[in-house]
Write a protein that binds this ligand. Structure first.
Ligand code: GLY
Length: 419
């Protein structure tokens, strides 16, 4: 079968790596892909926003399945359009992807189905939002309702921070995404990301992970898309997994069916493990980046077979197996990220880095220059993953590879999976 993956990040590199290993995969296309992916798949130069062009490419290359990596095309209805054109799509419909596309929709949905979450209120008026902050106290979270490329959440400790976040979002600081905001009470505890494969009848637990959102060691600095990750989460136990399944994931799947928007695909629930039990921070309608770079190397089942069983609505017959190994990934980013950074610095001799079968270098914001050298074009540029029996070994192995990367303009956290 010919398969197309949509996206260009480390997550899509990891998806492509697993899917290309399947006996069922004849030709693998990725749009637009990146230089790492192009070493083993065919990259198509099309924009992920041009859904009609994606359909045309599917016809041209006899592509029968499209795996959609990022959230934006899902929220904009790419999966629906593919299905209308009789092409299998891995990912939820636009109505189901609203769980990620609208924070307010997700909060109202949880309220209706008694899924545990913090208190919240929606606002379009800054004065009213500030009055609510005065009522609940300055420790709060201000969120843009729509997709804001990782800039739509501000965790506030003081009244000044909360007021500034409200003003910034409601005056267009994150574009249309901030026309409506929600203000939530702060909850506390360790964070855990839960990943499940969901169709209208079955919820299959996949894995837990933890990501490191802050830019610098010790969880300080600005929020990023993720500077590293590990899987499974050290907090995961059988009891906790059952709790998450029965209080959160299964009620989500049932609720979406009752609402007439059955959820299909990966559901990534960002959770906080509070003293009162796990509570929902947010939902995402796809694999995380860099969480995919630690979950997929642990997957022992054939990913393409699993996706096909799911797309053909036979998920109840799927068996999923993961290695007991720990995987960790360290993200190398351009100096200055998530703010301004220099583009096109050269990453030297990438092909000469020896990798054993439990080590991976996934590309994100890379490109090539006219001499064919790898250059850093984006903010997050490489994810260096290692798998081992325990955190210590996985850490040593991943950082050993990181140190071999010759890139003057790169930086990374040194405390990923430091326990
Ligand atoms: N690492 C966070 C995300 O993928 O949304």
């Amino acid at each position: 079968m010919n398969v197309l993956i949509i996206g260009s990040g480390g997550r899509e590199h990891a998806l492509a790596h697993n899917i290309s290993a399947s006996q069922k995969c004849s030709s693998l296309y990725v749009a637009p892909g990146n230089p790492g992916i192009s070493q083993f798949a065919i990259c198509l130069e099309i924009s992920i926003d041009d859904h009609e062009a994606i359909i045309r490419k599917c016809r041209e290359h006899d592509i029968k399945l499209v795996v959609i990596g990022p959230e934006m095309p899902l929220v904009l209805g790419l999966a629906d359009l593919l299905r209308e054109n009789n092409i299998l799509a891995f990912g939820p419909s636009a109505s189901a992807a609203k769980l990620e596309g609208s924070k307010f929709f997700a909060r109202e949905f949880c309220r209706r189905y008694q899924i545990p979450q913090p208190e919240f209120k929606r606002f379009i008026n800054a004065q009213k939002a500030k009055e609510y902050v005065d009522k609940i106290g300055p420790k709060c979270v201000v969120k843009a309702d729509g997709l804001a490329a990782g800039k739509g959440v501000v965790v506030c400790q003081t009244k000044k921070q909360a007021y500034e976040a409200i003003d910034m979002m409601l005056s267009g600081g994150v574009g249309d995404a901030g026309e409506t905001i929600i203000v939530e009470t702060c909850i506390s505890g360790p964070e855990l990301s839960a990943f499940a494969l969901i169709d209208s009848k079955v919820v299959t637990w996949l894995a837990s992970a933890r990501d490191y959102k802050r830019a610098f060691d010790g969880d300080i600095g600005p929020n990023t898309g993720g500077m590293g990750a590990l899987s499974p989460s050290p907090e995961e136990t059988n009891t906790l997994r059952d709790q998450i399944m029965h209080k959160i994931l299964i009620p989500v799947a049932k609720g979406m069916v009752l609402d007439g928007a059955p959820y299909t695909g990966i559901l990534y629930a960002g959770l906080m493990l509070t003293k009162a039990g796990p509570q929902v921070i947010e939902f995402n309608c796809r694999f995380g980046d860099p969480e995919a770079q630690v979950i997929l190397p642990r997957l022992q089942s054939d990913l393409l077979e699993l996706i096909l069983i799911h797309c053909n609505q036979k998920q109840e017959s799927a068996t999923v197996s993961f290695s007991n190994d720990i995987a960790i990934t360290v993200v190398m980013a351009n100096k200055g990220y998530p703010g301004k950074y220099k583009r096109n610095s050269i990453i030297m001799d990438m092909d000469d880095i020896p990798l054993d079968e439990d080590s991976y270098i996934y590309h994100s914001g890379t490109g090539t220059n006219q001499k064919g050298q790898i250059i850093a074009k984006g903010g997050r540029v490489l994810s260096i993953t290692a798998k081992a029996k325990n955190f210590r070994e996985a850490r040593l192995k991943a950082y050993k590879t990181v140190k071999k990367i010759k890139w003057d303009n790169g930086f990374y956290r040194t405390d990923i999976a430091k326990y």
